[in-house]
Design a protein around this ligand. Sequence first.
Ligand code: SF4
Length: 377
Amino acid sequence: MRILDRHARFSHHRVVGEQKTKINRLTPSPALFDLSPPPPTTRRLADLIRQHRGANSSENPALPNAVHRADDTDYQEVTCRSALNKVQGMPSSWTLNPYRGCTHGCHYCFARRYQSHLELGTGDEFSSIILVKVNFADVLREELAHPAWQPKIIGFGTATDPYQPIEGHYRLTRRSLEALVDHSTPIGLITKGPMVVRDFDLLVELSRKAACTVHMSVPTVDEEAWRALEPGTAHPLQRLRAVRALADAGVEAGVLMAPIVPGLTSQPAKIERTIKAIADHGARFCGGMVMHLEGGTRDHFMRFLSQEFPELAPRVNRLYAGKYAPTAYRKQVQGVMDLLRQRYGLHGGHTRSRPPGPATHIPVPREEGQARFRWRA
Ligand code: SF4
């Protein structure tokens, strides 16, 4: 029943561009076929997980309507109260993340630690229980249409990959991009998913109407390191081909070599091979930074290292006395990258978009680390 319901919802939105007025007057019947309960809010889900002491399988009543798919992952639909999320300490002060959790399962992913807000594990549960915010694009459209919103650059995909495979089914990212285009809102999008080329039409249009930068994350082209560190991602060269396709279409598309993982991708020869491949694929820029480790991400990463690279684990542990590697180490890696970028004609890369004005809304704390809008009168 949920599947039927989903398909009805998507076909409704595909034609929004052409017949907006007519379609908006169409009020769906509340009862005829949709007999299943609506998805819970994320707060309700967190309560259920707490109550049932975890959510480690689709049989668990804490995931009331999770769909277990062929990729061995449980997809739990939820509803969100807001789509735009106010953040601090990032290049953009607003972010968008239509999913929670990520089947790409990168072992260094800093978003792993956010799972603990829902009392989910930072290990396998991060990559095998995905929350799908089914009303995300509709909520975003409402927020962007609010008279107090002034278009400012938004970071898209900062805590989950907006082009992880399930996006092919839900199309929440595409529908969000449609809303951003309609409201001429600039974005910086980050992904490891070559599926991003599916939406090149919207990305080109957004580039014309506002500004749009795509940061493809390719920490290394070294095959062994890629297999070990990013088990669910597309091959690095496939990601670079997506960068070329976007850049050829006129999108400001480049690469983030992030993170550089000490001992696994930090060797100058590996960095050089990666930067050369990035230049060969026509990237407009190449940024990068050394890994940082914090909270649940640190716990998971050190567990992973101890199992897979036991000889490296104690050295990395020593290097990360705090959440960052020592400044001297980071400067050394940046020095190597600067030199190689120069050699291959690349620059470090900053989005060209700038927020046009000061924020006019006040964020207030809300559950699972998101901020909800409160608008000034
Ligand atoms: S693709 Fe990005 S969000 Fe997904 S696991 Fe990897 S680093 Fe995390």
